[in-house]
Design a protein around this ligand. Structure first.
Ligand code: SF4
Ligand code: MG
Length: 332
């Protein structure tokens, strides 16, 4: 609720605060049991910061994360450690997130050294082998080191480590974007199987809408630290109302060749503006082809749009479909 995460940026020998990076700037999200929420946006939009705040690795500047009824920010010591188990992070880069000096067994076992009550010492070896099997790795290879595995296999190790604490939620921050395209589908399929077998809920973060589409029940689109569109997977793909979402959708490959050429290509010019000094009004206005005076002055609030639970932060939302082009202006 109301999540904000600002980072001060220091300047000079006096360590005066020169400004702040508004990485996450007022985000509300809910995640139900067994649900997958996809979070999509360009790099720098605050997705990874949000992931760390959700997993209680960073304290929010304002707002609150509640997990299974427990307000994580107000917990300390053992209660905080206990609550952190419930939400585990799977990192983007399986090449740097595993310690190269540790064996796979030591890596997957490490959470048990911190949360000792979870598996008695004598059971840990067996539990590690079981976890490796769960993620599709040969448990007999548990004495090997990360460099002896491929990128996809290393990401499986990262997932096994995240599962060690029997979490309710996995926050997956770009879990496949460092991998070859041929391996990406295998990891997405693995995550899908684990979700069903272990009754997990996911926050699945990606810059790529086509990766998220397969897994997500709902999608949140982020731009400069804010959610600009959120809704059911189908609603967002078919009835996207925010120009930014439409631009992301138009960049997706169209699987049906008959539709190619019929859809309108939206090419965004420029990079997202700096989160240190975001534009006034709608932060998307410098790149938006529909921007007018109101957009430059007044920030749009997330407002209900079309389907149930579908909301768009835009003064002039308009239906656009990846197959057809815009349908004309509809007032929300
Ligand atoms: Fe574009 Fe205005 Fe909508 Fe922002 S509020 S996305 S500038 S039309
Ligand atoms: Mg990131």
């Amino acid at each position: 609720r109301g999540l904000v995460k600002y980072y001060p940026i220091g300047g000079g020998p006096l360590r005066r605060v020169a400004g702040q990076v508004k990485a996450v700037d007022g985000v509300d999200l809910t995640l139900g049991p067994g649900e997958t929420l996809g979070i999509v946006g360009e790099s720098g939009c605050g997705k990874s910061t949000l992931a760390k705040v959700l997993a209680a690795l960073e304290r929010p500047t304002a707002g609150e994360v509640t997990v299974c009824g427990r307000p994580v920010g107000r917990l300390r010591g053992r209660a905080l450690r206990r609550a952190r188990r419930d939400v585990q992070l799977v990192f983007q880069d399986p090449y740097t997130s595993l310690d190269p000096r540790m064996t796979i067994e030591a890596i997957v076992r490490e959470p048990f050294e911190i949360h000792r009550d979870l598996a008695p010492r004598g059971d840990r070896r067996a539990r590690v082998r079981e976890l490796l099997e769960t993620v599709g790795l040969n448990p007999d290879h548990c004495g090997r080191y990360p460099h002896q595995f491929s990128g996809g296999q290393r990401q499986r190790v990262g997932i096994a480590r995240a599962l060690a604490l029997r979490p309710r939620v996995l926050v997956c921050d770009e879990p496949v974007s460092a991998l070859d395209v041929s391996v990406q589908a295998q990891i997405v399929n693995l995550l899908e199987r684990l979700r069903d077998e272990l009754d997990l809920a996911y926050v699945f973060i990606s810059h790529d809408l086509s990766v998220v589409q397969h897994l997500a029940d709902r999608i949140a689109v982020m731009y400069l630290g804010k959610v600009v569109e959120i809704g059911g997977e189908d609603d967002v793909y078919r009835n996207a109302g925010h120009p930014y979402t439409q631009a992301l959708l138009s960049a997706m490959p169209v699987p049906d060749p008959g539709l190619r050429g019929r859809r309108e290509e939206i090419v965004l010019t420029g990079e997202p503006p700096s989160p240190i000094d975001p534009p006034r009004g709608c932060s998307f206005h410098p790149r938006c082809w529909k921007a007018d005076e109101r957009c430059r002055a007044e920030p749009p609030a997330l407002t209900a749009w079309r389907g149930a639970g579908h909301a768009v932060a835009c003064h002039r939302p308009e239906v656009w479909s990846p197959a057809g082009g815009t349908e004309g202006e509809v007032s929300a």
